[in-house]
Design a binder for this molecule. Structure first.
Ligand code: PNS
Length: 161
């Protein structure tokens, strides 16, 4: 069985992430979406909130599971005996950081492969940070995230960011 781990911050999940999840679920037998967290960072959503939004957004894809991990991605992979990381690759600007991460991860865990899926052009510009910035200034984010995520962002912002 081919299992791929799709890691990210998912703060929060966007339509770009969901496109990568859907497409990788057709390539792999199981896709584990791993919410990576770092106590020193200040996300908008807690890990539990990010997981809940991901579970909701992927409820119609049977071979997708959502998990979380604090620390190194390679530790998560070796602990669970997984060997494949799947990542979305946006414009050229993503390449350098992704190349570095894939190389370091491969040095840390030899049997590892990172597989990149090219983001569809309509999501090329999309990131969780840009969605939060647009929302923060009152812009319309309905083309970028699901309704549930939009409502979750709006209620966070309504509560004072
Ligand atoms: O959604 P993001 O923030 O672009 O995802 C980046 C993420 C979380 C996948 C990356 O920062 C990561 O793997 N973090 C876990 C810590 C780790 O393993 N760092 C070394 C990678 S070289």
């Amino acid at each position: 069985m081919r299992v791929a781990v799709y890691p990210g911050s998912f703060d929060p999940v966007t339509l770009g992430h969901l496109d990568i999840i859907k497409r990788s679920s057709k390539i792999f037998d199981e896709v584990i979406v791993a919410v990576m967290f770092n106590r020193n960072k200040k996300p908008l959503f807690s890990v539990d909130e990010r997981i809940a939004l991901l579970i909701d957004a992927t409820r119609n894809i049977p071979n997708v599971r959502v998990d979380s991990h604090e620390g190194l991605l390679v530790d998560y992979l070796s602990k669970n005996n997984h060997q494949i990381i799947v990542k979305g690759l946006r414009a050229i600007s993503d390449f350098e950081a992704e190349f570095q991460m894939a190389s370091v991860n491969q040095k840390l865990l030899k049997e590892l492969e990172t597989v990149f899926i090219m983001t569809r052009t309509e999501y090329m510009y999309l990131s969780s940070s840009i969605v939060k910035e647009v929302a923060n200034f009152g812009g319309d984010i309905s083309n970028f995230v699901t309704d549930e995520v939009r409502q979750a962002i709006e209620s966070k912002l309504g509560g004072g960011l």
